[in-house]
Design a protein around this ligand. Sequence first.
Ligand code: KIV
Ligand code: ZN
Length: 497
Amino acid sequence: MDRLFVFDTTLRDGEQVPGCQLNTVEKIQVAKALESLGVDIIEAGFPISSPGDFKSVVEISKAVTWPTICALTRGVQKDIDVAAEALQYAKKKRIHTGIGTSDFHIKYKFNSNQEEILNRAVAAVKYAKKYVEDVEFYCEDAGRTDNVYLARVVEAVIKAGATVVNIPDTTGYCLPWEFGDKIKFLMENVNGVHNAILSTHCHNDLGMATANTISGVMNGARQVEVTMNGIGERAGNTSLEEIAMILKCHKSLNIETQINTQKIYSTSRLVSSLMNMPVQANKAVVGRNAFAHSSGIHQDGVLKNRESYEIMDPTDVGIDKNSIVLTARSGRAALKHRLNVLGVEVENGKLDEIYEAFLKLADRKKDINDDDVLMLAGKERIEKQRIKIDYLQVTSGVGVKAVASIGLLIANEKFEAAASGNGPVDAAINALRQIIKRNMSLQEFTIQAISKGSDDVGKVHMQVEYEGIVYYGFGANTDIVAASVEAYVNAINQFVK
Ligand code: KIV
Ligand code: ZN
């Protein structure tokens, strides 16, 4: 079996997605989950882009032992200096530098020419080599770069010391065989290609990221750049879980990774919950319906023999169908066990707080599922906010006007207001806006319930625009109107001074 290296960029390309930003503590939590999942490289951030990214790379470097920690830079010295500083505590470190190589980038982004870009590429690698042995070079927009020129760049950066060369399909444009042919061309035409590893980094704009990645691997790439749940810029990146399961299901490909597939589900839930980014129900491998058989014919077939309709065993991705369902009678130990299975480590003090919130929820909801548990573990983020909901009362129904009264605690001072609206959420938000008198507008509002019961926790995502900037808010509650107001308040907390 040939070994394939898994480079996870959930915390860099994934975290770039608006609304998915994590704080340093949350990033460490994800990094540790990725470590136990078995990824080889964690791209921890883009240190020059913000002090927060810099700090996260520093802290992840301290917290994680086995995977290589990678920091992204543009092909400029200042970026590389800052990345090297951020990586100082990493046990194994890599600088990921690069430049655009397609005509679009060379002409319009850099107003330059191929020779100059080639020289800048070589200079960036040589400069990064002064700090670290392991230097990865990305040829941005390689998917639309002429193969002959691409081969010249790849050869030159390998000669300059690049240990890995990344061939991103930045715009998600390539067809699978086209991308495979590109890797094949490089494998056959670059002198010294065996002194480095070629990497894929495919975006999903046309829904071909996974197919392109596999095609790249079949033609010689030995590193794949992926994210959990496929999150990433625009339509996202190649999903880690899809690649890992394709290689597990198709042993004849003769390629193996070190991913412990049984940790896929818990890592997926953790990322989705911390980033407030729902996983689509029909998402391959980790979607809610990925193993649900609804038609009678399928159900009958699965009952007779699971393999009639299932190519993967759900337990292989860590879906434990017999997992203990948590109810109001479950104790702390069961809750702690479930949190650990989901990749959340908690100390006793914090466990007590979560348990208290758990009991309150269990009073309102019969069975507590994994999403609820993760929501409870993250509740503290909401509770630490400056503006809090003290109470909310809403009357609505058929033939009556919806009215709401609300009490808010702003830096511990109480404010109250009442208003009507065209429905309960509208009335509650109108009341809230009488207290927070800012010129803000609701841009997007999504409500999602996770399971089937009418007692389920509703999750609300909102985008609120204020002074030209869009802020993302999240709320979760068995009362959907309360969840909506929580989400609105969560967004306001991010811009209110
Ligand atoms: O998509 C892309 O080209 C990237 C590079 C910065 C690696 O994310
Ligand atoms: Zn990318």
